[in-house]
Design a protein around this ligand. Sequence first.
Ligand code: 13P
Length: 248
Amino acid sequence: MPILAANWKMYKTIGEAKAWLDAVAGAPGLGQAEVIVFPPLTALAALRPKATRIALGAQDVGWADAGAFTGMVSAPQLRDAGCGFALVAHSERRRYACEDDPAAARKIAALWGAGLTPVYCVGEDAAERASGQGEARLKQQLDTVLDALSGELGGRLLIAYEPLWAIGSGRPATPGEASQAAELIRERVRLCCGQAAAHEVGVLYGGSTSPATVRGFMDEPQIDGLLVGSASLDPRSFLAMLEVMVDA
Ligand code: 13P
C-alpha cells in the first residue's frame, strides 16, 4: 500500500486541525493508502477520536522514556496519546534544534522500544549537492544511525529522503533523482542490516510535492510514498494527492 504522510510543521490550531480531519475523513481513497498525519502536539488529543482510518504521528520524540527532560515528550507518552509514528531528525530539527545523527539513533531505538514506527529523515543541502557531496552526506546520515543501532532493525522503519534544496522551494527533486536516492538508501540498509531489512524498509520522498507531481514519484518502484509539507495543509490539495496516489 502506498504511504501518504502529512507534516503540518508549526501550523494549525486545534479547531483548524479538526476541520481538516472532518474534510478528509470520508475520502474513499483512505482504505487504499496508508495515511499518516503529523500534527502539532497540541492537536493530537482532538484528532485522536476521529482518526480512525488515518494514523497519527509526532514531529519529534525524546530519546529517553521518562525523566527530568523539560520540554521533551517520550515515545511511551506519544503511544499513550495515540501516535503510531514519529518523525526523527527532520531537517528543520537538525537546523533549529541542533539534532544530530547520534541523537537520531537514540530516538529511533526509543520509538521501537515503545512499538512506534520512526520516520528517519535524511537529505543533503544545496551546497553539498552543488559540490558533488550529496551522496556522501546521505551515506553519513544513514551509516551513522544504522551502525549505532547495531545493524539491526528493532521494528518497522520508514526513511524519508528530503533534500533541503527542495523543501519549501517549490522545486521538487525529479522522480529520477528521488529514485536514485531511494536506491542508495536501500543499499546502505542492505550493507548495514542485510537484504531482508533493505526489502522491508519503506522509502518516502519529501520536498515541494503537489498534486501535479504525485504520479511521477509513485511511478518509481523504489519510492513507497510521500511526506508532504505545505500541500498537505489544505485538505483539498491533500485529497487531490491521495486520489492520484491510489489511482497510480
Ligand atoms: P514541503 O512539502 O512544504 O516542501 O515540505 C516538505 C517537508 O519538509 C515534509 O516533511
